[in-house]
Design a protein. Structure first.
Length: 392
């Protein structure tokens, strides 16, 4: 291959991938419907976990696409399109949001505040059903809008090879960054923090952001490694690209741990009842096991799994660790949400498995749908050749 050429041949993904997605989606949908019919309250809390997990993967992926444009990064260009495909799940978020809006009065205590609860009543201008629904719709429209325009420019560049599309996306991405920060913060407050409306933490949004970035990066890493190892991406990607993915995963694992410990330390040190009640609930009964397990699952295992340089460059290790990190993020969201449903101890059964199965089907089907209509590589991007030649 000539050093000045780019060797990429579009190939259709195996039909079995779509079949797996269809099977998972149908099985998950049936289980979700059954779970709602058996216990709608428990299912609603699981729905929150699934919904906010999908937000992490979809909106977090769009964040990485925008970050590449703003930073002018080169090494990630050969597989940026893969991240764009994953961010398509933003469009499908209403599948999980609508059932929650129907059951909003069942889930959130602030929808029916006690007359004597002065603190909750003081938050009523923000925490009310109408304004809550408006925020959900506005945030989704903003995410979909930025997704549409950024991806459209990327797709058109495949055909025109015009640098103008990159310039447009840099400007769009620069605007998206503060929009992302604000919307993802309020989404965390609305869907997670307001489950216990009398509790507050000024660092909670950053805590959710750290998990969001990890989940999106892990989902992207799984797709990138599988596609590249199977010969679906551009020829020339080396272990240096894998190392960069592994290093980012490792960095944000440490960032998540830092933010999680900071939140705990500040609340423990202040020792204010209105703040400590949140952690006490997660140290009650069998929730103590889940709380200790979170440290091991979300930090200790991925930390040592990606600590060495060779581990960051090994595709099999990256796949295992990225899959584990996705599981850890779901575990983290379970720890954040479910103590509000089951205060005496954790619950786990087939209902808790219904939404992960449905979400896996949604992501696979979304990815296969996009892969049939676009190249897996942004062949018109002027940075592509430099990205392929990237070496540490």
């Amino acid at each position: 291959m000539n050093s000045s050429t780019i060797e990429y041949h579009k190939k259709e993904l195996p039909p079995r991938i779509q079949t797996i997605g269809i099977v998972l989606f149908i099985a998950g949908l049936i289980l979700v419907i059954l779970s709602y019919s058996v216990n709608s309250t428990r299912s609603s809390y699981n729905n929150i976990i699934g919904c906010i997990f999908l937000v992490s993967v979809g909106v977090g992926s769009l964040f990485f696409v925008a970050l590449e444009y703003v930073a002018g990064a080169v090494w990630s260009t050969p597989f940026r399109r893969v991240i764009e495909f994953i961010s398509f799940v933003i469009v499908l978020l209403p599948l999980l949001v609508i059932p929650l809006l129907i059951n909003v009065n069942t889930i959130f205590d602030w929808t029916h505040p006690a007359p004597a609860d002065a603190m909750m009543l003081s938050k009523a201008p923000y925490l009310n059903v109408n304004f809550f629904i408006i925020r959900v719709i506005v945030f989704w429209l903003l995410w979909v809008g930025f997704y549409f325009f950024i991806v459209r420019n990327s797709k058109q560049q495949d055909e025109t090879k015009d640098q103008m599309h990159t310039s447009r996306n840099i400007k769009l991405s620069a605007v998206f960054m503060p929009v992302f920060a604000i919307t993802i913060s309020f989404a965390a407050i609305d869907w997670l923090m307001s489950l216990q409306p009398n509790w507050f933490s000024t660092i909670f949004s950053v805590y959710y952001f750290s998990g969001t970035v990890l989940a999106a990066l892990a989902a992207g890493t799984i797709c990138i490694v599988l596609l590249n190892e199977s010969g679906y991406l551009v020829i020339g990607l080396k272990s240096d690209h894998y190392y960069s993915l592994g290093a980012l995963l490792f960095a944000f694992i440490n960032f998540w741990a830092y933010i999680a410990f900071s939140q705990y330390l500040l609340i423990w040190y202040a020792n204010l009842p209105e703040e400590t009640v949140w952690f006490i609930a997660r140290w009650h009964g069998s929730w103590k096991i889940i709380s200790v397990g979170l440290v091991i699952v979300h930090f200790v295992i991925p930390y040592f799994g990606l600590l060495s340089q060779p581990s960051k460059m090994n595709p099999k290790r990256l796949l295992v660790m990225a899959g584990w990190i996705l599981f850890a993020h779901y575990y983290d969201l379970y720890w954040l949400v479910m103590p509000n449903f089951s205060k005496e101890g954790f619950v786990f059964g087939w209902m808790e498995l219904s939404f992960p199965i449905l979400i896996a089907g949604i992501i696979i089907l979304a990815f296969t749908y996009k892969s049939k209509r676009q190249n897996l590589v942004p062949i018109g991007d002027p940075k592509l050749k430099r990205g392929i030649d990237f070496r540490l």
